[in-house]
Design a protein around this ligand. Structure first.
Ligand code: COA
Length: 435
């Protein structure tokens, strides 16, 4: 038996044995999506339910398992979630006051972690150990390196289905405090429903993307529709925060080959991947994809080094100045900023680059216009009027960057749903912003 295997055997334990080590007021860190460790967190919650354990905080981003402390308030004060993104279960728990949230630009998370937090434990899912004693952190890099640096203990769940990313983060058995074997089917995101409206928007944006461009696609139906519409392009590259299922399709059909990138030529660059099982199969043992820390991947000064950088993201509402809210409906928090601003800025600084914020013109069965004279009171501004570039709905494109206020107002009204154009025009004239 090698020394590594001996260490493996010695460090192997059950999730309950990990949970038994947790003390009052511990701060536990986890990264995004499939990097999370459901068995350890479930064991921790069971223990908290049956003991006086209190004040434990669990930080994560994009919760991808049904955590008991997000589902209802019965663990409040015992184990609480702190989200870096405020989506999924965290969104509901925030609305109820059972959880907390750290506002951020995603690229800054590693710095916040290094400057503001000390972790009693970092927990992460990994692929099985290789012959050199290394575990791959699979499809997530994100802020894991920063949490590893700031953690007193590291606990891993070894899952045979976690892909081995050959150009991704690794942990060595010597760094690990304890490991739990837990093989299960990794969670996936249901495919977005591509309706006629998202296809129209996808095609409008695809017309603006030249062969050889480098793309970032956000989450949701419209970025997926753009992905589909890009399948007829050539020599595209990918430099993206989240690697999505539609990107696997673009690589497989030959539209993406990364051959015209200025940096990381030939390589797809991302900070985490989440979506279908096909994504994990694609990443496993694949040297053509690099999964790198978010403070590098989402840095606008890195993003802009590829020419013709194109970013495509979604929003909830936009006002006539072009202020984009992608995070709340009034005071109700719907998500974090993620990398939206990082990519808007990076794309706009790139030679030939463009950034698109796209959404259907109305919500709630056509009763609410997403283009508004003013944002709903309490709405959070994600992308500012000074950063915004293109806004797109099914009625066309508005190019706002560098344009006068009056031109912005006219263009935005022209792509609002026809039922709301008169009201928007009346309000804009009343405010003196349409001349
Ligand atoms: N007023 C009221 N309700 C609205 C609304 C508005 N202006 N806009 C959307 N909604 C409702 C929708 O009807 C929907 O309700 P439902 O769940 O009851 O159907 C819900 O809000 C979500 O809207 P939807 O258009 O489906 O948004 P989405 O789930 O595709 O997510 C964002 C949109 C903006 C929250 C998402 O893109 C996001 O997380 N952005 C964060 C920042 C970012 O862009 N990161 C990019 C890197 S990945």
């Amino acid at each position: 038996m090698s020394d590594y295997q001996a260490q493996y055997k010695q460090k192997k334990m059950t999730a309950d044995e990990v949970a038994a080590q947790v003390g009052d007021n511990w701060l536990i860190g986890m990264d995004a999506a499939i990097a999370q460790t459901p068995a350890i967190i479930d064991a921790l919650c069971r223990r908290a339910e049956n003991s006086g354990l209190k004040g434990v905080r669990v930080q994560m981003l994009l919760d991808s398992f049904p955590y008991p402390f997000y589902a209802d308030g019965h663990l409040f004060g015992k184990v609480m979630g702190e989200s870096w993104f405020a989506s999924g279960g965290a969104r509901k728990a925030l609305a109820e006051g059972w959880a907390d949230y750290i506002p951020n630009y995603y690229r800054d998370c590693p710095r916040h972690i290094r400057e503001n937090y000390d972790y009693d434990a970092f927990c992460v899912s990994v692929s099985p150990m290789d012959k050199h004693g290394y575990f791959s952190l699979g499809s997530v890099s994100s802020y894991s390196p920063a949490m590893i640096d700031k953690a007193k203990r590291i606990f891993v769940e070894v899952n045979e289905n976690t892909p081995r990313a050959v150009r991704g983060e690794q942990l060595h058995i010597s760094q690990i405090t304890g490991l739990v074997e837990n093989t299960f089917e990794l969670p996936t995101l249901p495919p977005a429903k591509l309706d006629e409206t998202s296809s129209i928007i996808g095609n409008l944006i695809a017309e603006q993307i030249p062969d050889g461009a480098c793309i970032q696609l956000g989450i949701g139906a419209i970025p997926d529709a753009v992905g589909l519409a890009l399948q007829s392009k050539h020599d595209l590259g990918i430099h993206t925060e989240m690697f999505t299922s539609s990107m696997v399709d673009l690589i497989k059909c030959g539209a993406v080959n990364n051959s015209r990138k200025q940096i990381h030529r030939g390589i797809t660059v991302t900070t985490f991947a989440f979506g279908s099982k096909a994504i994990n199969d694609f990443i496993d043992d694949n040297p053509s994809i690099a999964i790198m820390p978010v403070d590098y991947v989402n840095n606008p000064e890195v993003i802009c080094r590829n020419d013709n950088m194109i970013s495509i993201n979604a929003a909830l509402e936009v006002d006539l100045f072009g202020q984009v809210c992608a995070e709340s409906i009034g005071t109700k928090i719907m998500s974090g900023s993620g990398g939206q601003v990082d990519y808007v800025r990076g794309a706009c600084q790139s030679r030939g680059g463009k950034s698109f914020i796209a959404f259907t013109s109305t919500a709630k069965g056509g009763t609410i216009s997403k283009i508004k004279t003013s944002l709903t009171p309490g709405a959070v501004v994600t992308t500012s009027k000074n950063d915004v570039d293109y806004i797109v709905t099914e009625y066309g494109l508005a190019h706002l960057r560098g344009e006068t206020l009056s031109s912005r107002v006219k263009q935005l009204i022209a792509i609002a749903h026809p039922d709301f154009r008169d009201e928007l025009t009346f309000d804009a004239k009343k405010r003196g912003i349409l001349i």
